[in-house]
Design a protein around this ligand. Structure first.
Ligand SMILES: Cc1cc2nc3c(=O)[nH]c(=O)nc-3n(C[C@H](O)[C@H](O)[C@H](O)COP(=O)(O)O)c2cc1C
Length: 123
């Protein structure tokens, strides 16, 4: 784990999510769906965990090569995310100042207009 993810070491379980291009739908030369499909499956798993009262943030702050070595994941696979599974804690000492602030105040969400385009793409 990267330093900013010290909090994750307290988790009850860490799920490594990994896949590779060849395991999923590929259309033509540019439409590769494995990241999308794995992301969808991961989202449903997180929703179910949340329904059960768990917190399951996905993280990207880890050493890709170390995770693969430790878990024996084949070279041609990509570890897309780690999902940190546990109960929400009260102890904020493992969090950075920025992380504490984010815990206290939900980050501002972008307005739909910023990323939804009607009929044609607009900058
Ligand atoms: C691709 C991706 C990578 C992330 N990596 C990290 C990470 O390394 N460390 C971390 O604390 N949060 C990371 N997050 C954020 C958490 O998963 C989680 O979304 C956030 O803590 C709480 O989000 P919210 O309060 O905005 O819902 C990542 C999120 C995404 C989507």
């Amino acid at each position: 784990m990267k330093e900013s993810n010290e909090w994750a070491k307290k988790a009850s379980m860490v799920i490594a999510v990994f896949s590779k291009n060849e395991l999923d739908c590929v259309i033509g030369t540019s439409r590769e769906y494995y990241l999308f499909d794995t992301g969808m499956a991961t989202a449903y798993m997180i929703l179910r965990g949340t329904e059960l009262g768990l917190v399951m943030p996905p993280i990207a702050g880890y050493s890709h090569s170390k995770i693969k070595n430790i878990l024996g994941i084949p070279e041609d696979m990509t570890v897309i995310t780690l999902i940190i599974v546990g109960k929400k804690g009260e102890d904020m000492r493992l969090l950075s100042e920025k992380q504490v602030k984010t815990e206290e105040n939900r980050p501002v969400r972008k307005e739909l207009e910023v990323f939804v385009h009607h009929n044609s793409y607009k900058e």
